[in-house]
Design a protein around this ligand. Structure first.
Ligand code: GLC
Length: 607
């Protein structure tokens, strides 16, 4: 089902005039695109070993084509010991046997291209696996030709190697504990911002950069259409003249460790490295490619420069400001979301990247808990409505939306009951660390259950069968017990389903230039329950006559009705309901009704 028929006789904007911002003719293709993220381990298993694989993905391409997405971003499928589910790569030019072969990957690429979709690979080059031949050689001896490809340092001055606190800096790993591991043979430590099996590459060394560029060109030549760059703003560390790295601020007295991010997030050479990468890898290629940099801690000002086409660095960045709003410093200390803070954050990013640069928009990915459980309401009464509401909000902002597998089905967090059900290294290390500090295991598990990345990693729910149609074997991680009701098969033909709503949102971005390119203006920034904004575009209609479109998006982010009559009178009696979530109601009826039902969202055309 598409949007209800228009009651408005006014012509729509179909092109933006030259010179008035990036019109559809001039705007890059990805401004009207939607990206879908596949986490291969959990998407679809073709051979019954319980682990999702490339042939599984290829067998489900019709689901993606039906949704209408333009690009698939594939989380890592490279050869890997799988310490961090593939974000620890031991061979950048090989596919891990768990996922298939290079030929399977070629077949997936062809299948996507045949359906008009592009394939974006994950690029994980802040670190490799400790089993990568580069690191094996680097570790073999302090005089190895590749020693300097990684970060090797002696113990803290005046301390013996291996003594508690003798690590070269006090930085805390993103996966608990220090960021340094001692190599007994040489008495030196190597740096790993993540797990000890993920040593950081030394980007100061030009040979490292050249080797990465070479590998990237190899993939583009094979037919992939771009890269999502893993923690790419961590590749430049602050290094003193004498080669030393400095301690982080505000160490935790309990562990002696500090975040240390100020020493390596958006470090001094990050723009040089990305501009060089662009020149070496992307410049001059005729293909329509996409680059997106994952950048924890990035500010709006940084992002302007990273994504300004003049800088020639990346097309867009993933920022974390909004997903950091519901915890207190550490992701393991969740606090309720403040809707005003969320609006303020989005408003700032929309304004900051309005003239220069571009936003990416996401609620979910493989590192975040499920949005319907997190900021929606996954109780039976409100689950579908809140999923539709949040999706509408996100997709109507200016930027490129990303849909994470299962989000389009309103997949929810898993009801974790024991640590034994968890698989993620981040969660398991945290549980072990807290146990070491004598914390109450029940209490720690309760917090991990809310925030664990495994919430995103349970298998995609294709149907109501025993393993949700994901595998014929034993799944590597439990299938959510709610799959009997919440699955793709049940939603596919239902025009009121969450899946159908996502399909309409994707289509809207393709069909309405104002959705892709219109200006953004936040309304009611101080309202606790209504999220409202306008999008406006001046342009031309199908006959080339000047025309303008203005959309008013209103959403009730809560479980009680809200009356808009006094709050936002312009939302009552609008010209056209472009997209709504109140199924089974007449368009005229909805347009005249000032009351938004719980979790109802409306996209109205006002001009
Ligand atoms: C990124 C990835 C995450 C991974 C980490 C280390 O944040 O999204 O899954 O664990 O980088 O590569």
């Amino acid at each position: 089902m598409s949007a209800p028929p228009s009651t408005s006789a006014r012509p729509r904007v179909v092109t933006a005039p030259d010179g008035a911002g990036p019109g559809p003719g001039a705007a890059p293709w990805w401004t009207s695109a939607v990206v879908y993220q596949v986490y291969p381990r959990s998407f679809a298993d073709s051979d019954g070993d319980g682990v999702g694989d490339l042939r599984g993905i290829t067998s489900r391409l019709d689901h993606l084509a039906d949704l209408g997405v333009d690009v698939v971003w594939l989380s890592p499928v490279y050869a890997s010991p799988q310490d961090d589910n593939g974000y620890d790569i031991s061979d950048y030019r090989a596919v891990d046997p768990a996922f298939g072969t290079l030929e399977d990957l070629d077949a997936l690429t062809e299948g996507l291209h045949a359906r008009g979709m592009k394939l974006v690979m994950d690029l994980v080059v802040n670190h490799t696996s400790d089993e990568h031949p580069w690191f094996v050689e680097s570790r073999s001896s302090p005089s190895s030709a590749k020693r300097d490809w990684y970060w090797w340092r002696g113990p803290r001055e005046g301390m013996p190697a291996g003594a508690p606190g003798a690590e070269p800096t006090n930085w805390r790993s993103h996966f608990s504990g220090p960021t340094w591991t001692l190599d007994e043979a040489s008495g030196e430590y190597y740096l790993h911002l993540f797990a000890r099996k993920q040593p950081d590459l030394n980007w100061e060394n030009p040979q490292v950069r050249a080797a990465v560029h070479d590998m990237m060109r190899w993939w583009l030549d094979r037919g992939v259409d771009g890269f999502r760059m893993d923690v790419i703003n961590m590749i430049s560390k602050h290094v003193a003249e004498d080669g030393s790295l400095a301690d982080g601020r505000d160490a935790d007295p309990r562990t002696g460790l500090a975040g240390g991010g100020e020493q390596y997030l958006c470090g001094p050479r990050i723009h040089d490295y990305l501009a060089e990468m662009h020149a070496e890898v992307f410049a001059g290629r005729p293909e329509a490619l996409l680059t997106v940099g994952e950048m924890p801690g990035v500010t709006v000002a940084d992002a302007q420069r990273f994504t300004d086409p003049q800088s020639a660095e990346v097309d867009m960045v993933f920022q974390f400001e909004h997903v950091d709003l519901d915890h207190d410093g550490s992701k393991w200390r969740p606090v309720p979301l403040d809707l005003l803070a969320l609006k303020a954050s989005f408003g700032r990013w929309q304004a900051g990247l309005a003239e220069r640069g571009w936003n990416s928009l996401y609620w979910n990915n493989h590192d975040q808990p499920r949005i319907v459980s997190r900021w929606g309401d996954d109780s039976p009464e409100h689950r579908a409505a809140s999923a539709r509401c949040l999706a509408t909000l996100l997709h109507l902002h200016r930027g490129t939306p990303y849909v994470y597998q299962g989000e389009e089905l309103a997949m929810a967090n898993f009801p974790w009951r024991s640590a034994g059900e968890l698989r993620d290294i981040e969660s398991l290390n945290h549980l072990a660390e807290e146990a070491g500090h004598g914390a109450d295991p029940e209490e720690v598990l309760a917090r991990v259950a809310v925030s664990s990345r495994d919430n995103a990693r349970t298998p995609v729910q294709w149907d109501a069968s025993a393993s949700a149609g994901f595998t014929t074997g034993e799944p590597w991680i439990a299938v959510n017990p709610d799959h009997g009701e919440w699955n793709a098969e049940a939603q596919r033909a239902d025009p009121t389903s969450v899946l159908a709503h996502y399909r309409r949102l994707v289509a809207l971005r393709h069909e309405w230039p104002v959705v892709a390119l219109g200006d953004f203006r936040m309304l009611l920034p101080e309202h606790e329950q209504v999220y409202a904004f306008t999008r406006r575009l001046e342009g031309a209609d199908a006959d080339g006559r000047p025309a303008s479109d203005e959309l008013l998006v209103v959403a009730n982010v809560g479980g009680t009705p809200v009356d808009l009559a006094d709050l936002l009178p312009e939302a009552v009696g609008a010209a056209e309901l472009v997209l709504g979530t109140a199924h089974g109601r007449d368009e005229a009826d909805v347009l005249a009704d000032p009351v938004l039902a719980p979790w109802e969202a409306r996209v109205l055309r006002t001009a």
